[in-house]
Design a protein around this ligand. Structure first.
Ligand code: GLY
Length: 418
């Protein structure tokens, strides 16, 4: 981090202290952490983290062994045992996705073999039609596999997954429905046709499928969903709700709520990050100016709100009144860093600003505060994320998607000049 960035960071911290009643983070937090990683060169930092990741993920793979059914690890339970992701769980593609990034960085055959093994373990995920998360599941695993190997089987899985996701398109509201209303976690809530902000992360799969098949229907669905989300899920200040419920007969908005956040008016940290990443991808894949402006607006909100502490790792919800006693969410921070690295290439006039923020986040996550020591954290790479806070089973925990977006960001950062 250069001196200028540091001064900006400290000033922001001071603004944060004076204007946000709930944020008691000390301005000095940033200096303490930066002292540890600031002097390390970018390449040395990335190399160090990947070496750590190799040790950690080797132990995870050894722990899983040849158990059947072969499942991917998701987190660590309170009793210290691994929490595994069922094949149709939304998180099932992240572990193989991280293994693909390990292969991309190291070029070692061991990681390719394991990435393929754990990708194929969720072969059936491409046919899931009962929820919207096939993008998470299939793009991160098969999609990365295709990008790195050219294996046609992986490519077909991406197309099949887009076909599955298309079945959830609802023309009346021009959205992809996230969950069925008889899903156990929402039954009784009175929702009719819910779409959540996370769904923005499934659109890239649709653009890829259009690219592979030359059939525009997938991209059209993605474009419509993005436009509806921009219109209905966002507040004027660039923050978003978690969930918009639509009327299945008229397509009109029935309600906007924060199912996974602290309260309806609050900003759930990962939701803000999903939205940033999602609109960045829509702009990257289509050049759509509305998506570009929305991504810039969201980035401005995230980078400038005094609700995020000086060290740039958000609490799980920006507005939890228990801050600073609330857990941080490293997964949201890793997502923001990864999205901003892409944004730095897509919006050249803001390159320095986006890269400086992403670098600060990555240096923080690479410090002892967040990077697990060898042989700890159940074999995962990052500590201190929050799954669904209200379920209280992944609060202040490792998460496979925190690892995924962290490693992705580091791989991308490595190739950025400047
Ligand atoms: N997609 C669910 C979550 O972000 O927790």
């Amino acid at each position: 981090m250069n001196l200028k960035t540091k001064v900006v960071a400290i000033s922001l911290a001071v603004v944060g202290l004076s204007s946000c009643a709930t944020d008691n983070t000390k301005a000095t937090d940033k200096d303490v952490v930066n002292e540890q990683t600031a002097k390390e060169s970018k390449n040395d930092l990335i190399k160090r983290v990947f070496s750590r990741a190799e040790v950690q993920y080797t132990s995870l793979i050894n722990e899983i062994g040849d158990k059947t059914p072969l499942l991917n690890p998701r987190s660590v339970k309170k009793d210290g045992s691994l929490r595994m992701a069922w094949r149709e769980d939304w998180t099932s593609g992240f572990f193989p996705g991280t293994l693909w990034y390990m292969y991309e960085y190291t070029k070692a055959d061991k990681w390719k073999v394991n990435a393929d093994k754990f990708t194929m373990a969720i072969d059936s995920a491409q046919f899931v039609k009962w929820h919207h998360d096939v993008g998470f599941m299939v793009e991160n695993s098969f999609g990365n596999g295709y990008r790195l190997t050219g294996n046609e089987y992986y490519k077909q899985a991406v197309i099949d997954a887009a076909k599955s996701l298309s079945t959830r398109y609802r023309p009346v509201a021009r959205i992809i429905q996230s969950w069925d209303t008889d899903a156990p976690w929402i039954a009784g809530r009175g929702w009719d046709m819910p779409a959540i902000i996370d769904n923005m992360m499934n659109l890239n799969l649709m653009y890829k499928a259009t690219g592979y098949t030359k059939d525009n229907k997938y991209a059209d669905i993605a474009n419509n969903h993005a436009a509806a989300t921009l219109k209905n899920a966002y507040r004027d200040n660039g923050s978003c709700f978690h969930l918009v419920d639509y009327d299945h007969k008229t397509g009109k908005v029935r309600s906007t709520v924060n199912f996974q956040g602290y309260s309806d008016p609050s900003s759930w940290a990962r939701g803000q990050a999903w939205g940033l990443y999602g609109f960045m991808e829509v702009f990257r894949e289509t050049g759509n100016v509305d998506a570009k402006n929305q991504a810039i607006k969201i980035a401005d909100y995230i980078m400038n709100t005094p609700k995020i502490p000086a060290d740039k790792i958000p609490y799980w919800d920006y507005d939890d009144p228990k801050i600073p006693e609330s857990p941080r969410d490293a997964s949201a921070a890793a997502l923001v860093a990864s999205a901003l690295i892409d944004m730095s290439e897509l919006v050249p006039e803001k390159k320095a600003e986006y890269l400086a923020y992403a670098e600060d986040v990555l240096r923080e996550l690479s410090s002892d505060k967040y990077l697990a020591k060898e042989g700890t954290n159940g074999g995962f790479i990052l500590m201190h994320s929050v799954g669904n806070f209200h379920e209280d089973n992944e609060n202040d925990s490792p998460l496979n998607y925190a690892d995924y977006y962290f490693m992705e960001a580091l791989v991308k950062w490595q190739h950025i000049k400047g």
